[in-house]
Design a protein around this ligand. Structure first.
Ligand code: FAD
Ligand code: NAD
Length: 475
């Protein structure tokens, strides 16, 4: 006899495991299936985010930032350390330990919430049945009232630069390097290219980034992108825009890359090449042909605004469906579908999903860019405030960057907030809340911000929208 559950979730990344826990909180019986295997051969919940994405990358960003600051900033504080040394093995051990703690923690969360965590492969069959094949075990059929597909994504591989796991590598390999490559190439100046490029540049690699687009950080507000480009250049990231990579070949221990840019054909050699040109949804073996699931032309599971697939009772969330490939987007979709399954009214505000690049300085935004507002035809006003005028930023010796706010000219509604600077990823939460509540610039202006804090820069930028900045000359 097949086991039956109210909910079976396939995938225990941030979209799937959150959906499972939320559904269990509603009193439903839940199983969550995952087959993620780490490089040490151990299976772990948490998906890309915890095992090979958000968490390990931030662990290394922090370590490399501290190393960089110890070398370059401590002197200004009057601290001398002698020769600052780094030990990659310890850095990587720390990264692996954080990943182990957090992924292991999901097992604990499942236990506490009474979610049955199942290790193995899940496949949706017709009639809301799920074939579960445990690792080294016999397949079993689970029946469910509701199924959630949360199978995530994988790096896009370029035919002209196939991954070999040694010289031409993906983001996961790049997080597990055991030595600093002397010459590191990165294809793609997107989020991964810039974050991982920063890590290895701070640790001593000569990093060259080849980006196909002519505009740097094309998805960000232009003012923010301009500041970021200047800062990254100063840090030694050599970013080539409009670079069309033709071929990457491994010759002995070296990767030879040919590309064309405005100056013609170029060839450059690297010790390692990270290819980070985006990710694709993972759906191979996820559902049977007669299960009724439809994929779009890019391979994403087709869902509506409420993450419902074409099959009643089957939902899909996270990176395997349309929208930004972000952990917090997937998690909120997981919460929404669990609430819908429980009969509640739930929705996602896809217009207010924060984006953060954990570079130094950090870059974060929510809402529309100035170009998007301009294109919409809505009359608008803007205000900005530089961190050079922030007492807290000065005390931190991190004054690069600014906060920019775009608001509606007619009714003062905040339309977009763009930050490049220290802790931008934390500061953006205030903007997200303001946008979520359709706050006006005046709401932010009249909100008391602690002094001295980085958040005062958000306050001052709001004041600057109406030429009322108090700690910086207005236009
Ligand atoms: P995933 O996390 O990919 O999880 C899917 C899970 O499903 C996997 O464990 C997989 O094994 C399992 N699975 C798939 N098919 C099956 C099957 N048939 N049976 C059983 N199990 C299956 N996002 C952020 O928001 N912030 C960041 O700072 C950030 N940093 C990142 C850094 C890097 C280097 C990378 C690569 C990504 C980063 N991301 C970040 C993106 C983030 O990791 C993804 O958006 C997020 O993990 C998507 O969650 P998900 O649950 O949809 O999929
Ligand atoms: P991305 O879409 O952010 O950037 C890919 C970049 O590669 C783009 O700038 C694109 O123009 C460029 N590109 C594409 N094809 C190219 C080619 N042939 N040659 C040169 N350049 C090329 O993708 P990513 O950096 O791989 O990240 C994947 C996903 O993971 C993103 O959607 C991102 O949201 C997510 N992620 C998020 C974070 C974060 O939130 N901090 C961190 C890492 C990854």
């Amino acid at each position: 006899m097949s086991r039956s559950f109210d909910v079976v979730v396939i995938g225990a990344g941030p979209a799937g495991y959150i959906a499972a826990i939320r559904a269990a909180q509603h009193g439903m019986s839940v199983a969550c299936i995952d087959e993620w295997k780490n490089r040490d051969g151990k299976y772990a919940f948490g998906g890309t985010c915890l095992n090979a994405g958000c968490i390990p990358s931030k662990a290394l960003l922090e370590s490399s930032e501290l190393y960089h600051r110890a070398q370059h900033d401590f002197k200004k504080h009057g601290i001398s350390t002698g020769d600052v040394k780094m030990d990659i093995a310890t850095m990587q051990k720390r990264r692996a330990s954080i990943v182990r703690q957090l992924t292991g923690g999901i097992g604990g969360l499942f236990k506490a919430a009474k979610v049955e965590g199942l290790v193995g492969h899940g496949k949706l069959l017709a009639g809301k049945q799920v074939e579960f094949t445990p690792i080294d075990g016999k397949a079993e059929i689970l029946s469910a009232k509701h199924v959630v597909l949360a199978s995530g994504s994988a790096p896009i591989e370029l035919g002209i630069a196939p991954f070999d796991g040694e010289h031409i590598i993906d983001s996961w390999d790049a997080l597990e390097l055991e030595a600093v490559p002397q010459r590191l190439g990165v294809v793609g100046a997107g989020v991964i290219g810039l974050e991982l490029g920063s890590v290895w540049a701070r640790l001593g690699a000569k990093v060259t980034v080849l980006e196909a687009m002519d505009d740097f950080l094309f998805m960000a507000d232009r003012d923010v992108a301009k500041v970021a480009a200047k800062e990254f250049k100063a840090q030694g990231l050599d970013i080539h825009l409009g670079a069309k990579v033709a071929k990457a070949e491994v010759k002995g221990k070296v990767v030879s890359v040919t590309y064309a840019d405005k100056d013609g054909d170029q060839t450059i050699e690297f010790d390692k090449l990270i290819v980070a040109v985006g990710r694709r949804p993972v759906t191979t073996g996820l559902f049977a042909e007669d299960a009724g699931i439809q994929l779009d032309e890019r391979g994403f599971v087709v869902v509506d605004e409420e993450c419902r697939t074409r099959v009643k009772g089957v939902y899909a969330v996270g990176d395997c469906v349309r929208g930004p490939m972000l952990a917090h987007k997937g998690s909120e979709e997981g919460v929404m579908v669990a609430d819908l399954m429980a009969g509640e009214v739930a929705e996602m505000n896809y217009d207010v999903i924060p984006s953060v690049l954990y570079t130094s300085p950090e870059i974060a935004w929510a809402g529309k860019t100035e170009a998007e507002v301009k294109a919409s035809g809505r009359a608008y006003k803007t205000g900005s405030f530089p961190f050079t005028a922030s007492g807290r930023a000065k005390a931190m010796e991190q004054t690069a960057g600014m906060v920019k706010i775009i608001s509606s000219q007619d009714d003062d509604e905040i339309l977009g907030v763009h930050i490049v600077g220290p802790m931008a990823g934390e500061l953006i939460s205030e903007a997200v809340l303001a946008l979520e509540f359709s706050a006006s610039t005046e709401d932010l202006q009249r909100t008391i911000h602690a002094h001295p804090s980085l958040a005062e820069a958000v306050h001052e930028a709001a004041l600057a929208v109406d030429n009322r900045a108090l700690n910086f000359p207005n236009r």
